[in-house]
Design a protein around this ligand. Structure first.
Ligand SMILES: Nc1ncnc2c1ncn2[C@@H]1O[C@H](COP(=O)(O)OP(=O)(O)OP(=O)(O)O)[C@@H](O)[C@H]1O
Length: 316
């Protein structure tokens, strides 16, 4: 874990602190302990933030306990961030995640942090790939979680994506830490928990223990392919734009399907289509305006946008 962390911290630009996002669970607690060890040796200030979602009894006390431990470890700054989860659209899990990331990004900006460290492990990555496969995702979904993603200039870093979850448990034990077990992680109401406790162990039983690392490896391979296709699509989108704010059907028709559907997806987002609601079937309907044209009507995109084909152009 320390090696993995060293790799991520070495060469990280800026002089600001890295902030470990810690729930008190085994993964992020072990990450915080490793950070408290590695960061000072690299001359990098390191702090910890823990979000209190206020959803479970005793959550404020637990957050304070994590913060107290972090201060004793020498992490600085250390903050407890209370957030409001209700009043947001979507389910409670999605709302909690959204509130959590907002709070993490805001505190990172306040400290001019060099990055926020998240505790996702190789097992989390394998679960993500399996969930993506089950819903028929393309390469983007099968790429899983990235090692690094920048949100409004704040790098979100996942140093443990190649580290097995068993190692974070073992690290906590070796260091005498007492991680918090989130009951949601084993609650069969959540698909991820069912994958964690049922589907993935069944695959390991049937195919052998390497399956977890292999699923995570697939994510890495596809992430590289996906990035290359995205770059091709960026260039292609610029090439097929027309002066009227549309796209050239002839230009689109000359593109390989993998690039064309990415161009259409990117363009739909540009037009304002709601990203979360923009599905495979919307992009397929846009694609049909190019490749299966029979005079069909406009395609309706989520967010109340329309795209029609007229005189050799796709037009908003
Ligand atoms: N309440 C929280 N406060 C701060 N960071 C959090 C919080 N909850 C989750 N995170 C961050 O997001 C990562 C992923 O959380 P998630 O709950 O999806 O996974 P997990 O496998 O249960 O992780 P953990 O064992 O660390 O709780 C955590 O490792 C941690 O870095």
């Amino acid at each position: 874990m320390r090696l993995a962390l060293r790799r991520v911290l070495t060469g990280l630009p800026g002089t600001g602190p890295v902030l470990v996002a810690c729930s008190g669970g085994a993964d992020s607690l072990a990450l915080a302990a490793a950070t408290a060890f590695v960061a000072p040796r690299l001359g990098r200030p390191a702090g910890l933030v823990t979000v209190d979602h206020g959803l479970q009894a005793g959550s404020a006390e637990r957050a304070e306990a994590v913060a107290g431990w972090a201060r004793a470890e020498g992490l600085d700054p250390v903050e407890v961030l209370p957030v409001r989860v209700d009043g947001r659209p979507g389910g409670p899990e999605a709302s909690a995640r959204e509130a959590r990331y907002e709070a993490l990004i805001a505190v990172a900006r306040r400290y001019d942090a060099a990055g926020v460290l998240l505790g996702h492990t190789r097992d989390d990555q394998a679960e993500t790939v399996l969930l993506a496969l089950a819903r028929g995702a393309g390469p983007r979904g099968l790429s899983g979680m990235p090692q690094r993603r920048d949100v409004t200039g704040v790098p979100l870093l996942r140093p443990l994506l190649d580290v097995p979850r068993a190692d974070t448990r073992a690290a906590c034990e070796a260091l005498g830490l007492d991680p918090w077990a989130d009951p949601h992680n084993a609650d069969p109401a959540y698909a991820r928990a069912r994958v964690r406790t049922g589907a993935l162990p069944a695959l390991v039983e049937a195919l052998g223990p390497a399956v977890v690392a292999n699923l995570a490896r697939t994510a890495g391979l596809l992430a590289a392919d996906n990035a290359a296709l995205d770059a091709l699509a960026d260039t292609a989108l610029a090439d097929v734009r027309t002066e009227a704010g549309g796209l050239s059907v002839a230009g689109l028709a000359g593109l390989p399907a993998a690039v064309r559907t990415r161009v259409l997806h990117a363009w739909a987002r540009e037009l304002g289509a709601t990203p979360a609601a923009l599905s495979h079937s919307h992009v397929a309907a846009l694609d049909a305006l190019v490749t299966a044209w029979h005079g069909q009507g406009p395609v309706h995109l989520p967010g109340n946008h329309r795209v029609r084909r007229q005189a050799g152009h796709l037009l908003p």
